[in-house]
Design a binder for this molecule. Structure first.
Ligand code: ADP
Ligand code: MG
Length: 476
């Protein structure tokens, strides 16, 4: 039997606000346990939530970024459940009227482009954390995270493979960072994903019964977890059983999913509007102020990079992926005479690998866009060859000197004086009589050997084009 895979994703994004969604406590990550747990976070009797305006701003920014309906009136609801890291006994979330309605996100996979529907995105508060390590026979509770603003982004069940799910997540991850609404740090839990997975016989209209996979904290694990879960469900059905609707935990150590609990339905949570919070009303001028703060969206920027800088799609995509990299690229192109293709190659090549090795982001690059532009200019005006430029680049990386200072100091200037090159060429031909004879016998391959020898004798500084020309003149 042919099976079709169906996936819908729920992504929790921590919004980058200074303070919590309903109180003034700090949201910064990594403080000692409970130092950021104010009276609202620990749910002292009588305290009241006050909505954080910035959280609403960022939620709307996301909505505009996915071309979604914005609900100018939205309602906070209580989602009731008991858990030690939730001292109120309920989570404040949005249920019937979320702030962001239907929107969409375009993804790209090996099969081409596809639009994934986004059902809704709603604001809610994060819970605290249960700490199991360091507590023997007990569980510690840290309420620093309790009340951190979350945007829960719910997709339509539109994805048909693990590859599509990963592409969607990566696109979403890029977008939230681009918009500056979240740092997207997956290790710190700023970007978390639950995957709803089901299978159905190819051609069947109704959806199969789904399992919801929790605890997937990397793109790689999403792919793995979905893969194994799909295999499991197919096996259950082919063995004559039924998939049960449940929540399953992905265990990356054992590479398996296992049942956590049967799936709760909305009515289990006894949702009702929170009487402590009024309807959130966003007027037109608020929405317009959010719109005015939107950066150029990544897919539009990519198209512009292709037309304005004559890049191919794949270079443009790589550069646009990171907003800082895209800014860096534009800064270099605007101040350098170098070909934009060379700028892209150097950024995706030398610069990228140096940053990776040093574990730095482009913002903290020791070679800023000005010095990078200067370096590429010296290649363009033939002061140095591309090969020497790599040497200069690594010297730039470790010093504050300018490109010209380094070239001057190390005597790296390209030799373009043809009589100087000619004398090196003569020397090489005189010292390699055998190879000259081979060349004359028709062995074209030794030509590269001569070029190599000349470059070596000139310490890489001879202009390669002139070397080639002079050699051809003398040999042919
Ligand atoms: P909840 O998980 O709170 O019950 P929903 O019923 O709205 O919420 O579904 C949550 C997610 O599950 C959505 O992303 C939706 O696309 C996805 N989903 C719903 N039904 C299926 C299904 N049969 N197979 C795969 N995903 C599904
Ligand atoms: Mg769910």
């Amino acid at each position: 039997m042919q099976w079709e895979i169906v996936i819908g994703l729920e992504v929790h994004v921590q919004l980058q606000t200074k303070s919590k969604i309903f109180s003034g406590a700090s949201t910064s990550y990594g403080a000692s346990p409970n130092t950021q747990a104010c009276d609202v976070s620990i749910a002292l009797p009588g305290v009241l939530p006050v909505m954080n305006r910035e959280a609403a701003f960022l939620a709307v920014k996301f909505g505009l970024g996915i071309d979604a309906e914005i609900n100018q009136r939205s309602i906070f609801a209580r989602k009731n459940y008991f858990y030690p890291d939730l001292p109120k006994g309920y989570q404040i979330s949005q249920f019937e009227l979320p702030v962001v309605g239907k929107g969409k996100l375009e993804i790209k996979t090996s099969k081409g482009c596809k639009t994934i529907g986004i059902t809704r995105a709603h604001l809610e508060e994060d819970a605290g954390k249960s700490l199991h390590e360091d507590f023997h026979g007990m569980t510690g509770i840290d309420l620093n995270r309790a009340g951190t603003p979350l945007l829960e982004i719910v997709s339509e069940p539109d994805m048909r493979s693990a590859e599509e799910a990963v592409a969607y997540l990566k696109q979403l991850h890029m977008l939230v960072r681009y918009l500056g609404i979240s740092d997207g740090n997956m290790q710190e839990g700023s970007f978390r994903c639950d995957a709803n997975v089901s299978v159905r016989p190819a051609g069947q209209k109704e959806l199969g019964t789904r399992a919801e996979l929790k605890n997937i904290n990397s793109f790689r694990f999403v792919e793995r977890a979905i893969g194994i879960e799909v295999e499991r469900q197919i096996e259950v059905i082919e063995d004559g059983g039924d998939v049960v609707q449940e929540t399953r935990l992905y265990d990356s150590d054992l590479d398996e999913t296992r049942s956590m609990r049967s799936k709760e339905e909305a009515h289990d949570y006894r949702y009702f509007p929170d009487p402590d919070l009024p309807t959130m009303v966003l007027d037109d001028s608020f929405i317009e102020s959010v719109r005015a703060s939107l950066p150029e969206l990544p897919h539009l920027r990519q198209t512009r990079f292709v037309s304005e800088f004559s890049l191919n799609d794949s270079d443009a995509e790589k550069l646009v992926h990171d907003r800082d990299a895209a800014d860096y690229f534009e800064a270099v192109c605007n101040s350098s005479a170098a070909d934009t293709k060379i700028v892209a190659n150097w950024m995706n090549g030398e610069l990228n690998s140096a940053l990776n090795t040093a574990g730095l982001s482009i913002k903290d690059s020791p070679v800023n866009s000005d010095r990078f532009a200067e370096l590429l200019d010296r290649i363009t005006d033939n002061t140095i060859s591309g090969k020497i430029a790599k040497e200069v680049f690594s010297l730039l990386w470790d010093s504050n000197k300018s490109v010209d200072e380094i070239i001057e100091e190390k005597g790296l200037k390209q030799i373009t004086d043809s009589s100087a090159i000619e004398s090196i060429v003569d020397q090489v031909l005189a010292e390699n009589y055998d190879q000259v004879a081979q060349y004359k016998d028709g062995n074209q391959k030794v030509f590269g050997f001569f070029v190599g020898q000349v470059m070596k004798l000139s310490q890489g500084k001879a202009n390669p084009k002139q070397v080639n020309e002079l050699l051809r003149n003398k040999l042919d």
